[in-house]
Design a protein. Structure first.
Lengths: 109, 112
């Protein structure tokens, strides 16, 4: 099993739609979790950290399910500018960060 | 505050040559990570340096190496370049071990 696994997509959704991505991780001792977005041929940029209680930043909601070992990202009211690849990142037990392969999202007019 | 910087931006080399890529972390950040991203693929972890020491390396051959200097800047060296080394090489820094990583713009390496 891969250390961090994401559905590669692509997810093609209309503007205004709600879309959710999941990311599973293999190490139950993993300590911290993040979502990044990466635009084509650019560097990844931090979108949000994922806290145990779940957290929200505007249209974006991140959740952690330790029992099932996954994190999720929900995007409400999708905008064209949300089109990007979304990467989940897991801090393994030894403070070693691992990136998922990314989920591609395309928001269409 | 300046972000993570990398140099050079682009590089073209031929097979068998050697290359050195450089990274300056955000001021105050002690951890530096290196990743390789081949076209259309995900980030592959290369190396992690913290406080001047190599803390972990990914599943890459020994011709990929690096170091971190006392000012926390870092170099990535790749010897005996192969065609499949063509990729975007990204450097990231973080304030704490396991904290959020902030990426530089990358160095795009083309091996001919």
């Amino acid at each position: 099993r891969k250390e961090v696994e994401q559905d590669p997509g692509p997810f093609n959704v209309p503007e205004g739609a709600t879309v959710a991505f999941n990311c599973t991780y293999s190490n139950s001792a993993s300590q911290s979790f993040f979502w990044y977005r990466q635009d084509c041929r650019k560097e990844p940029k931090l979108l949000m950290s994922v806290y145990s209680s779940g957290n929200e930043d505007g249209r974006f909601t991140a959740q952690l399910n330790r029992a099932s070992q996954y994190i999720s990202l929900l995007i409400r009211d999708s905008k064209l500018s949300d089109s990007a690849t979304y990467l989940c990142v897991v801090n393994m037990y030894n403070n070693d960060m691992r990136f998922g392969a990314g989920t591609r999202l395309t928001v269409k007019p | 505050e300046a972000g993570v910087t990398q140099s050079p931006t682009h590089l073209i080399k031929t097979r068998g040559q050697q290359v050195t890529l450089r990274c300056s972390p955000i001021s105050g950040h002690t951890s530096v990570y290196w990743y390789q991203q081949a076209l259309g693929l995900g980030l592959q972890f290369l190396l992690w340096y913290d406080e001047g020491e190599e803390r972990n390396r990914g599943n890459f051959p020994p011709r990929f190496s690096g170091r971190q200097f006392p000012n926390y800047s870092s170099e990535l060296n790749v010897n005996a370049l192969e065609l499949e080394d063509s990729a975007l090489y990204l450097c990231a820094s973080s304030l704490n071990r396991g904290g959020e990583q902030f990426f530089g713009p990358g160095t795009r390496l083309t091996v001919l």
